[in-house]
Design a binder for this molecule. Sequence first.
Ligand SMILES: Nc1ncnc2c1ncn2[C@@H]1O[C@H](COP(=O)(O)OP(=O)(O)OP(=O)(O)O)[C@@H](O)[C@H]1O
Ligand SMILES: [Mg+2]
Length: 299
Amino acid sequence: MKDQAAKLRQLVGGKNFVGDLQETGSVNVDKKDNLPYIIAITSGKGGVGKTNFTVNLAIALSRMGKRVLIIDADLGLANVEVILGCSSRYTMMDLLNSDISLAQIILEGPAGIKYISGGSGIEQMSDLSVTTRELLIQKLYACETVADIILVDTGAGVGRNVLDFLLSSDEIILLTTPEPTALTDAYAVIKACRAKTDFLNIKFVINKIYDESEGIDVGMKLIETTRRFLQVNVSYLGMIYDDRNMTNAIKKQVPLLLSYPDTIAAKCINSIAKAVLQGDSMRVKRGWRGFLQRLIFSR
Ligand SMILES: Nc1ncnc2c1ncn2[C@@H]1O[C@H](COP(=O)(O)OP(=O)(O)OP(=O)(O)O)[C@@H](O)[C@H]1O
Ligand SMILES: [Mg+2]
């Protein structure tokens, strides 16, 4: 077990696992012209904890001084709203109505985070004229001025809608649980992305672990198999314990970081937020405009 831990530490560049919960000092974010950094949060298998993670990561990042915007891109299901305990009147697609402004579709969530519901219309984007798409994109550009980090909560799997979001972002955070089925499906996501591009910035989080050794095992498997069979280096970002307070927080409709801030899962998410900001590859490549162009015009 000790040897395994040392090996994963080596593979992940000496980082601690869930244990790295102390303050680690100032954050180090290299950002081009203050453009927002786009992170897509995804998984192979559904129900592994993406939406809860997205909302709580947003709160953690916001408390670390970042302006965070969540885009709910799990088309059709407005789960972010349920977890935040608020609901929006408009979706991104309502911007097609010339009377609706960007400010009207942005919802103010807790801890200063902002939220936009993607809306199911994105699936029909290809039916819209170029002029109509231009209108949408021009209005959405202004999100650049309200956020440092944009978190995109996607659906699970390797469907076209999900892959479009992943390939349009600066970074992908891939969630898995230690279950073999979740792990196999996470591998399938990496494989599907790899088939489309050589330039991947994928970091993974292992959620719902029962003990650290379980997470270490899963992390090593994922790093080694993707390196060996796909020639992709995925980075380890952190682990989150299975914690019933997560479910309690959902029942209260108050995010875990606000309702149970001292629990183990909350501490793990805070630790991951620090790792996100300290990531040495946190550089804006496509940024928000690149993301929108690809999303809206690649269809
Ligand atoms: N660390 C955790 N400990 C315990 N339960 C958790 C944890 N993370 C998530 N859950 C539970 O897992 C369930 C699914 O969470 P969530 O809705 O965030 O998953 P999802 O990946 O977004 O699902 P979907 O693929 O349907 O969008 C919820 O009931 C949530 O309470
Ligand atoms: Mg979800």
